[in-house]
Design a protein around this ligand. Sequence first.
Ligand code: ADP
Length: 531
Amino acid sequence: MSSDDILILKRALVREKTARKQAEKILEDKSRELFLLTHELKGANEKLQDLIGKKELELQGVFDNLVDAYVLIDVYGNILEMNNAAKILFGYDITEEKINVMSLVYKEDYQYAMTSFQQLVSEGSFTDYQARVYTKNNGVRTVHINASLIKDKKNNSIRAQGIIRDITEELEQKQIFEEQKKQLSAIVENSSLGIALTQQDKILQCNKAFQDLLGYTQEELLSKEIKDVSLAIHNGSPAEFLQKMEKGEIDTFSMNQKYIRQDQSAFWAKTNVAAVRNPNGSIKYQVTLVEDITEQLEFEKQREKFVKDLEKTNNELKDYAHIVSHDLKSPLRNINALVNWIKEDYGDVLNTKGLNHFSMIETTLEKMETLINDILSYSSAGDKDNLNTKKIDLNSLVNDIKNIVLIPKTTSVNVLKKLPVIKGDVTRIQQLFQNLIGNAVIYMDKENGKVEIDYQDKNTHHLFIIRDNGIGIKEEYHNKIFKMFQSVGDNENSTGVGLAIVKKVVELYDGEIWLESTLGIGSTFYFTLKK
Ligand code: ADP
């Protein structure tokens, strides 16, 4: 190799070295650029991943918090995702078990489900699908579903998603509401009350009874106003009431109104009107109830007449009892006087038998007088018109009675509790206590006779108890003895009027009387008087 060749070679080597260095430099630069780019790309990628992750989380949050259930399925119906609401609705957790939507379809709705699924496949979505589904615990819920297909870039269906709303309760409520509506309609339609919906005076709707009452058909009535079928107003004016109702001052009113039927006959009816308002308070319509009271009025008229007649008869009877008693008393006194004269004038002529007969006449006369007095007391006992109402201290009243009634030494009469001071008519109240205490003493057969008077405060009433250990009364007489002339046994002074007077006085003071008694053991009379 010549020196020139060597030189050329050397230069070539130098050039090559330089070129390589340059290439290395470029490679190094490019490599650094690539490194930086890769680094940047990696950063951007991470950010993107982060963002996707965040968005996914956000989306998950939305789905999880969705009130409605959300379900994502593959093309075979396998559930891939369920939000919280879906888990709660169906009771399944797909992280624990695999579920296919078809297994959730209620068996009777299967055909309908298939048709809807086909629609989803052919049209890409369906809305307002309503059917029943099974839940894990074998429950059945009614749901409403809107569903759509999810496709890939090549337009192939890969997923389907559905928003499911549980409408079981809503439907039940609706059914209950419909049922109640039906029941209400049936009640309204079959009611014997005439019922109409009115707006101011105009008839909007009415039931059969309303039509029957007035003798018009519904169509005829719908072109009428209440005033077209009604006449005079008995109490208050409907226009006035309606105005007040309009202003919101009243919500209901009631009045008696005379209605005219199609055949021009009239009837009185009680009319109740109630307002049904809009949320803003204005009147939507009125419910008008019409009740025919012709018979009721007639009945009331009759009743009033009956009460008047009864009052008249009662007064006549009272007067009659008074007159007869008074009129009977004077001949009795005359007989008594005559008997005394005969005894005085012819006493020494009469033999014992004759004298005995006269004393029997005297006893009978006494008994007759007692009876007449009792009848007089009875006829005035319940008379509200002649009451002399005063405060009565029952402790002193009972003390006085103890002195009036002849109490044998073998019988004790004791007051167990302090008696109240009441308001009442002294004569009546005295009759009441005297007859009961008197009976307890009279109908006593025990050696050691005990009569006790007790008291209990019963808020609205006073309760008095008169107890004895006397002869007692058979149960079959417990009601009878309060009736006039009902005496039991053979007491010769009996008139059978005492307890009838007692009952009348108790009822005069809005009280009640009853007894407990055992034959041979004793009797307890209870009575109340209104405070
Ligand atoms: P009278 O005493 O004049 O017969 P009453 O109306 O006072 O009339 O009583 C009706 C009857 O009730 C009496 O005949 C008597 O048989 C019975 N009777 C009333 N009080 C008592 C009593 N405390 N114990 C037993 N019998 C009684």
